[in-house]
Design a protein around this ligand. Structure first.
Ligand code: MN
Length: 414
């Protein structure tokens, strides 16, 4: 009786969630992200990342994979007792011992805020060569795990690992059975990052059309970036009707990494009209989150990393500098403050032009008459042409040498 009522309430909540014009963002920086070879994040580092993700407004945080090690279990347990706001989840294979470990690890979290993310390989390659399980056995293992997990969790996600290489008929049957058993969300994982956006859209539409009880569960997607398509695939999945997108900060994760949270949410926000839905993420938190994750993991952010790379708002090229000073929109897709970056930075170098040199001199309170500008400009250009270090000595006259002049005026003009 209680179970039947409980089920009805859950279905109602899920249907309400599906009607919201929101894409739910699930972050797996602390699970798939820290799976990057050689990465070790301290408990304090994990805590700071999880707190920052919670403040930024993610829907859920995957805290780790408790069965992986005793330390992982202990860390998840501490964070489950401290982090409040998002749903907190942990990864688990469809093994009784894993489910137990996840239940223990998440016990400090309130029941309506804790979740388990069960996963099992569904593709032929995974079933035959890794698991040695038939299709029926895979379904049975998943259904049993959902039943076991129901004792400790109200929110149960079941992910099909390597879903993108799984026979669609079997995949749909798998989802139907786990939803019938009580899964509140299902996961579609492009585990090896092989899909294109068009294939992604077909796969997602296939699930929505062919899984008869899909209204009773949210559909989550998880993309890897092996072909550089993780963000594009995530967006294609949103257009096709996925409810949850799983991401990592800076796109860190196995091999080429996961879909980068900052890329997905900024694209959703800038093209809200196209997607019809946006995320609840505070975009101004993105730069800080990126730096925090880089610092805690030791994985530096490439300077040209979309959205959060150091060069996104810096330029040395004279034509770009001149345009940016006149109107930052000339050479920027969005203003730096949107993502919490400091501002436009005009770097002085041999490719710089008069506008940037003048702006730099004015910012430093130095004479900026035409002749002053010309003198510095020629020094910059000459220095590099001759490639003689002695020529660079004159550059010392310019404060910060070739360092950047921050163009706060240009930034705030937007
Ligand atoms: Mn993954």
């Amino acid at each position: 009786m209680f179970n039947a009522i409980n089920r009805k309430i859950k279905r109602w909540i899920i249907r309400q969630q599906k009607r919201q014009p929101i894409v739910l963002i699930s972050d797996t920086t602390l699970r798939d992200g820290v799976q990057t070879p050689g990465v070790q994040v301290s408990l304090q580092g994990k805590r700071r990342i999880a707190e920052a993700l919670a403040r930024a407004g993610v829907h859920s945080i995957e805290l780790g994979f408790p069965a992986a090690s005793a330390r992982e279990t202990a860390d998840v347990q501490v964070l489950a007792g401290e982090i409040r706001g998002p749903i907190l989840t942990a990864l688990s294979r469809t093994l009784p011992g894993d489910v137990e470990r996840a239940s223990e690890a998440l016990a400090p979290c309130p029941i309506l805020k804790r979740a388990i993310t069960l996963f099992i390989g569904t593709s032929l390659i995974h079933r035959r060569d890794k698991l040695n399980l038939s299709e029926a056995q895979v379904i049975r293992a998943a259904v049993r795990s959902v039943e076991q997990a129901s004792q400790s969790f109200q929110i149960i996600s079941v992910g099909a690992e390597d879903a993108s290489r799984t026979d669609p008929c079997f995949l749909h049957e798998f989802y139907r059975e786990v939803i019938a058993a009580g899964a509140t969300s299902i996961g579609f994982a492009d585990t090896v990052g092989i899909l294109t956006p068009a294939q992604t859209a077909r796969s997602v539409r296939g699930i929505l059309d062919q899984v008869p009880n899909i209204d009773d569960a949210l559909l989550g997607v998880h993309f890897h970036n092996d072909l550089g398509l993780a963000t594009a695939n995530s967006l294609a999945a949103v257009v096709a009707g996925a409810n949850i997108v799983q991401c990592t900060i800076n796109g860190i994760g196995e091999r080429a990494g996961n879909a980068a949270l900052e890329e997905v949410v900024v694209a959703l926000s800038l093209h809200a009209g196209e997607y019809g839905r946006t995320s609840a993420i505070d975009l101004s938190a993105l730069t800080g989150l990126s730096r925090l994750v880089a610092q805690a993991t030791g994985l530096s952010v490439p300077v040209n990393k979309p959205v959060v790379g150091r060069n996104l708002f810096r330029t040395e090229a004279g034509v770009h500098q001149d345009g940016l000073l006149k109107n930052p929109e000339t050479y920027l897709p969005f203003p730096p403050e949107l993502v919490g970056a400091e501002g436009v930075e005009l770097v002085l170098g041999p490719r710089s032009g008069r506008s940037a040199v003048r702006q730099h001199l004015v910012a430093k309170g130095l004479p900026a008459e035409n002749e002053d500008v010309e003198r510095y400009l020629q020094t910059l250009k000459k220095g590099v042409e001759t490639n003689d270090p002695a020529e660079f000595e004159e550059l010392d006259d310019i404060p910060d040498g070739c360092g950047g002049a921050r163009c706060d005026d240009a930034a705030s003009a937007r």
